[in-house]
Design a binder for this molecule. Structure first.
Ligand code: AMP
Ligand code: MG
Length: 339
């Protein structure tokens, strides 16, 4: 081949590489795991392979944490009749963290609430209002004191059962974020059934703009602009049933009464560095109600939050008030700042 032709060929290839190098690849994929849709968006050269691996990791975590899969570690603990069960490091971490957070939130977050959830039919999908006797029997089985950890063995005494519906997605978000970072990803958005975990900023350096769901109807409450942050929302509007009198019962239970939370809050969004903390807190603050949630924030405030009440008020902490924009169609809603 003529030397000049070879030279021109090399120059053209280099130019093509330069151009494609400037325009980094974006990959996005949705799949179903942990009873919800997850959508991962990743920028960078190997983004497709990295997403495929992240999906495998999420599916593997579902396999060990599912409450219904008979082969899961949680199922084995829940059905061991008080015998110690050997579990993985991830499960020990999840349980230890949840027990700590249960203590920190004064029991508002309770990973042993499963027997009560079952009596309301939330686990089988056949909802019903339980009798007082059934509820008090179920409540007797709850309590973190029934869970014992020794090395990698977990024991659930007195009929206690674990359920991480209120924490596992946030925990998964942290594990996947760590994995993506270890693979050199510096720009990604993970949507884990509405739990958002942002890595870095968008490729052009601008913030990720995410929509917060309107708890009253379809559509969004507003948008938040974030980077390197987790955003998690809890609300009884996500999963509920209505009895013959039209009363609404939601899937977040007040562990003190065994009844679905009904305290005038519609939703709680928690914004912070770690998905697991945001996930646990969004559930716990929802249980606490507006006033106790504000007190908790003021004494533990290493996070931000947005509370939406049934009387259409929005309470927002000062750390994120500038990042939040209310949906124009909802301008009647009152916004109060929490310092
Ligand atoms: P989330 O959407 O993160 O607030 O989690 C709600 C899920 O957590 C429910 O569907 C139950 O599986 C579980 N759950 C309900 N009430 C509680 C509670 N008080 N503490 C911990 N988990 C709960
Ligand atoms: Mg939660």
């Amino acid at each position: 081949m003529n030397r000049n032709v070879l030279k021109i060929g090399c120059i053209l290839t280099a130019c093509a590489m330069l151009i494609s190098g400037c325009k980094a690849k974006k990959s996005s994929d949705s799949f179903f795991a942990m009873n919800t849709y997850m959508t991962f968006t990743v920028y960078g050269g190997e983004s497709e392979e990295i997403i495929a691996e992240a999906e495998e990791r999420a599916a593997a975590l579902e396999k060990i944490w599912s409450v219904t899969d008979k082969n899961s570690e949680i199922y084995k603990i829940n059905n061991s009749s008080g015998a110690p069960v050997a579990v993985s490091d991830e499960t020990i971490e999840l349980i230890e963290f949840s027990l700590e957070m249960s203590a920190e939130t004064g029991g508002a977050f309770d990973p042993t609430i499963y027997p009560v959830l079952t009596s309301w039919g939330f686990t089988a999908g056949e909802n019903k209002v339980p009798s007082e006797e059934e509820l008090s029997e179920a409540l007797k089985k709850t309590g973190c004191a029934n869970i014992d950890i020794s090395g990698n063995h977990v024991t659930a005494d007195n009929g206690a059962m674990l359920d991480f519906g209120g924490a596992a997605k946030g925990f998964t978000g942290d594990i996947l974020t760590e994995f993506l970072r270890s693979r050199g990803v510096s720009s990604a958005l993970l949507d884990i059934g509405g739990n958002i975990q942002a890595i870095g900023t968008k490729l052009d350096g601008s913030l990720w703009k995410i929509g917060l769901r309107n708890p009253f109807s379809e559509g969004i409450l507003g948008t938040l602009e974030i980077s390197d942050t987790a955003v998690v929302t809890s609300g009884n509007y996500e999963r509920f049933f209505v009895d013959s009198d039209g009363r609404i019962y939601g899937h977040i239970i007040d562990p003190k009464t065994g009844y679905p939370v009904d305290n005038g809050l519609m939703s709680v969004t928690v914004i912070g560095g770690e998905g697991k903390v945001c996930d646990v807190l969004s559930t716990a603050l929802f249980v606490m109600g507006r006033d106790k949630a504000i007190d908790f924030y003021q004494s533990n405030g290493d996070f931000d939050m947005i509370l939406v009440t049934a009387d259409k008020e929005i309470y927002i902490t000062s750390g994120i008030s500038d990042s939040f924009t209310l949906n124009e169609e909802l301008e009647g809603m009152r916004i109060s700042l929490i310092e």
